[in-house]
Design a protein around this ligand. Structure first.
Ligand SMILES: [Zn+2]
Ligand SMILES: [Zn+2]
Length: 393
């Protein structure tokens, strides 16, 4: 019996060539939402690929500005883009490559500027970052909301791609060595100095390795979208000098701190203009009298310089305070920081300020606890704000 042959207009239809791949499902790809963290060398290549295959929704986050040195390995940037935000320009160029793609972006830092609610709304998160702090932050967020993420790393001619699916083998933190923790810990010697500020000079990267590693990251993303088997808790190591690549399985750590899950997450209609007092009222509704709030990061409550007898109530999230803001105006020395992450009705000072005022991100998920009972409230009212940042609808 003869099979029906579907004749397609392969020149007019954008995705026609993909339709010859038996397992390829353009509808699934179109319905996917991908978060790309970092729009540097790797991020550029990842975004280019995602645009070409017709991913439906892409969200880009990056805090950097374009410099001329980016032009040797960033296919999306042009000479005239110097000084502009990477996230904004990258999103513009993705839209030029493929107008079918909805792109949104945030000029900000993944560690401090996006709430778990954003991660929750994504299908896959692709990490294109160059430091451990950002990777750890992505990893913890993905585990909390049960989303797969794909980490990429490049170093001259070598690279690595690791897929981490919560509950399936090791996570990124499981792979960290004592040395990694030491480097991560360096930032805590002064909590107000960001790790990225401590690292001068970046890892040298080439456009060729970026293309190879980003290609693998997007290929694994495609497989995840199609629910194909993807090796989780494993890394593909690529050695560009010797042409060798191999898969390593990372050992899962039993007491790994990243394995915490947030369940159940309850969407509430309020946004981040809600005060802590109002949130405590809602917390009571869910978990009864005496429920308290817990933040997943430290709030700098008070600054103090003992020598100068200087004191200041700050109520700002750690990552949102610069060294200058955290220093004593009289002697210029860094102040002693009084930090808190649990908020109860006793904490009068903070009750009438809003979540946004403390520097917590939009779509933030706050932990509510009462004894053994726990639930997680997402400030879902921020959704419209977050998803219309670039005015593209
Ligand atoms: Zn782990
Ligand atoms: Zn002082």
């Amino acid at each position: 019996m003869e099979e029906n042959i579907i004749i397609q207009d392969v020149e007019k239809e954008r995705y026609a060539s993909f339709s010859f791949i038996p397992w390829w499902d353009q509808e699934k790809i179109k319905k996917s939402r991908i978060l790309v963290v970092g729009a540097g060398a790797l991020g550029n290549e990842v975004l280019k690929n995602l645009a070409l295959i017709g991913i439906g929704d892409i969200f880009i986050i990056d805090y950097d500005k374009i410099v001329n040195a980016d032009l040797t390995r960033s296919v999306l940037y042009r000479q005239e883009d110097e000084g502009k935000d990477k996230a904004s320009i990258a999103s513009e160029r993705v839209r030029q490559i493929n107008p079918d793609v909805r792109v949104q972006y945030l000029h900000g830092d993944v560690v401090w500027d996006i709430g778990l609610g954003l991660f929750r709304r994504m299908d896959v998160i692709i990490g294109c970052v160059d430091n451990r702090e950002a990777r750890l932050s992505i990893n913890q967020a993905c585990w909390k909301v049960n989303k797969p993420w794909i980490d990429g790393g490049i170093d001259v001619l070598n690279g690595v791609v690791s897929v981490f699916i919560p509950g399936q083998g090791a996570c990124y933190e499981c792979t960290l060595t004592d040395l990694d923790y030491k480097i991560l810990g360096a930032k805590y010697s002064c909590p107000l100095l960001r790790y990225s500020d401590l690292v001068s000079g970046k890892v040298p990267t080439t456009p060729t390795t970026a293309a190879i590693i980003a290609g693998l990251q997007v290929q694994e993303t495609l497989k995840l979208i199609h629910k194909m088997d993807v090796p989780s808790g494993k890394g593909i190591i690529y050695n560009g000098f010797t042409y060798e690549s191999y898969l390593v399985e990372y050992a899962e750590k039993k007491n790994c701190l990243s394995h915490e899950r947030y369940q159940p997450i309850i969407e509430i209609t309020q946004d981040s203009s809600i005060t802590f007092r109002q949130l405590l009222d809602i917390a009571n509704d869910y978990l009864g009298e005496g429920a308290h709030l817990e933040l997943d990061r430290d709030l700098i409550w008070k600054l103090e310089c003992k020598g100068c007898e200087y004191q200041k109530l700050l109520l700002r999230v750690l990552g949102k305070v610069t060294l200058e803001q955290g220093s004593c105006p009289e002697c210029n020395q860094p102040c002693h920081l009084e930090m808190k992450h649990i908020i109860t009705r006793e904490d009068e000072e903070v009750l009438d300020i809003t979540i946004a005022q403390t520097g917590l991100p939009d779509l933030y998920v706050i932990t509510v606890r009462n004894g053994e009972e726990v639930c997680y409230l997402e400030l879902s009212g921020d959704e419209a704000k977050i998803f219309h940042l670039c005015g593209c609808g």
